[in-house]
Every structure is written in structure tokens, then in C-alpha cells.
Design a protein around this ligand. Sequence first.
Ligand SMILES: Cc1ncc(COP(=O)(O)O)c(C=O)c1O
Length: 428
Amino acid sequence: MQKKTLFVIPEVHAASAAAATSIRVPFVRPALPSYADLQPAFENILRSGQLTKGPYIEQLEQLIAKRLGVRHAIAVSSCTVGLMLVYKSLDLAAGSCRSRSGAAEGCRVSGIEPLSRLGSARSGNRNEPLGEVIVPSFTFLAGPAAIVWNNLRPVFVEVDPTTTNVLPQTVAAAITPRTVAISACHNFGNPCDVPSLEAIAAEHNLPLVIDAAHGFGASVHGKPVGGNATAQVFSLSPTKLLTAGEGGIISTNCDCLAHFVRLGREYGNDGSYDALFSGINGRMPELSAATAIASLALLDGVVVRRNQIAALYRKELAHLPGITFVETPSESQSSQKDFSITIDPTQFGISRDALRREMAARGIETRAYYDPPCHRQTAFEHFHDRTRLLPITDMLSARSLSLPMGVHVDEAVVADVCETIAHVKQTT
Ligand SMILES: Cc1ncc(COP(=O)(O)O)c(C=O)c1O
């Protein structure tokens, strides 16, 4: 009997086939719904002519809000735009809640100061110090980019080497009178300690923004991540477990914040054509929303499968000295958005970069997330206080290697990848 495949496995695009012939195992392939599953929605959308701001966005937002157990899930064009809108809206919501001298039901930001209280954005004085947002350096560059876009200053902090996430005590130690927000990330889909970070944020009257780009599929005590913090922002790009093609979701329990995010994704225009603030076109198209709805139906199966593959990778690589794994706290489940290992060059025998090169030469694609780390990138290094050393971040950046993960990775591929690693170790 022919085995029914759950997912559509994309073929290598014809145009890139020649370039890709040397790739035997691609780094990532998305788990996509079948065309048959998408076709009715696509047809409805095309027939209706409503390509944006339609019923599929509404349905997606409702489904996600229910899944996360959160008051608001707001669909946007990407996680990056979502993060940009959250910082912008926190500034506006703080002022708004205060001027109404009371929060709308569910509001969590009523007590916070506007983010730009110390920034040149509000005063117009370019010499005034920027408001600071504490953010890990060992993360994707979209986090600090969204901070800088809001005329705020990223303050890069260290991560824990075993989870690769920020430690609450590290964040607490970095708070200064200029701090206006705290940011953390569920790195590689490994949930960060949001309750402890929330406690610190509450103590200092600061908003907590989680970069949950890798978060769909991750859970803590069986509950999907995304239901706490001031806001969490997910990515629905093709490398994620839940995909819309491109897209993002902002989850929040704060009515004021949600209000400004919704306005912000509409250029700051409430319909009056008299923009209330400078927003952006941050909308997710209807075709993308329909893709995400169909993708959502696959998510639970994808998480189970990825965790099986991750366990298999660990088993197959456990005997090799010099390899360590990302550890997930016992109460949590990682989405395994990435399966990343750390290579100690002394114990392993060769460096991460040499291993990566040898694997590429044998047709296996990997990624060196996140190298260089954010505090060493051209766009952000001038924000970094060089006396604040980040040795764990530098170590992880030099040693972390993400292995192929996705719908194309089965038991045979894991065996192939792990045998290749062992072979390279022995022979190089
Ligand atoms: C940790 C992290 N944050 C943010 C983003 C940005 O997501 P998007 O591409 O949806 O803007 C990514 C993208 O992969 C990411 O890995």
C-alpha cells in the first residue's frame, strides 16, 4: 500500500536547480498544505476580489488567539514589522492609557512610561540619550533592527550557553534609568523563561517584548507560548513551522497596545485619512492568511515529528566528543525550529566552520546561527559598549551549527547527516 504523505514536499525550483545540484540535503523545507486543501479558499478570495483586510485574516486571528489563550492576535506582514509596530505602539499606548487615567480591561501597559521618554524622538534633541532596550546579542538581527527603527538603543546582553536564551538575572543586572523595555527570544524554538522576566519587568515598570519568531509549536507546561508578556511576536516565514509564505502575528492581552498595532499596520490611519501617527503598511494578504489557516491544521503533527527527529539527532551524535546540545527546561517543549549543536574545536578535533565546509562539500546544507552576533554587526556595533564583554555569545557564534531540519528530514537523512559528521571528524 502506498504511504499517504501528510505534507507537500516542495521540489527544487527549476531556475535554481542547476545551482542546487550539489545540495543533497537542503537545510530547510517547509511543511506545506496540499494545493487541494488551499484551493477552495484561494478560489473564494480570487472570486471575491478581496485580496486584503478580509474574512481570512479575521479567521486566522481568531484561531490563533484561541490557541494561544490571548485577547488579541494581530496578523501582520512579517515578524520584523510586528516588532517594529510593537515598540511604536508601546510608546503610544503608554501615553494613551495614562491620558485616559485608567486602562481598558486587560491592559498591561497602563503603568509604563512612553518608550521615547528619554529619546530624541520626542524631545527633538539629538544629544539626549536614547531610551534603551535590553536584548540578547545571540539572536536574529530583526530584534535589534526593530529597536533601532524606533529610535531606541539596543543594549546587548549575554545568554545562557545551555538554553541559548537570556537569563533573568542577566537582564535584571542590565537595567538602568534609561531602560524603557526588555526583550527576549525563544531561540531556536526553545521557550525562554517569560514568567521570571515578567516579574523583573513588573518590578521596574517596564514592558516585556518577546521575539517569538520561532515560537509556533513551542509550549510550557503544555500551553503554547505566546499567552504572556506584554507582547509576543511570531514569524510565519517559510522557515517556520507555521507559515503564511511571509507573515507575522502579534499576541497581546493589552487592549491599548492592540489598538495601536492595528492602527499602525494601516499607516496610522483610523479611516479618517488623517493619520494619527506615522504607521506602515503592515498588512498580511488574504492568500497568505488562508495559507496560514491550512498550515495551522498541520502544526501539531509537525511539532511531534520535529521533536522525534531532534531526539534521533541527539541519540546518533551523543557518542561524539566535543558536541553539545541545546537544552530545553523539563516543563517546556521546543518547537525545534532549528536543531543546533555546539562544536568544541579542541575536543571535536576541528572547528565548526571546518565541519560546515566539509559537510557542504558532501552536499549537506547547514547554517551558522548567529554568526556574527548582533553586537558585532555593522548596523549595531556602534551601539555596543565595548567594555561589556559577551564571551558566551562570542563562543556560541563561533561554535553553533544548525543541522538540516524540516519535512524532508527523516530517519535516513538523520543517519546520513550524523554519519557524515562522524566521518568528517575521523578523517579531517
Ligand atoms: C529570531 C527571529 N526573529 C525575527 C525574525 C524575523 O522574522 P520575519 O522574517 O517574519 O520578519 C526571524 C526570522 O527568521 C528570527 O529568526
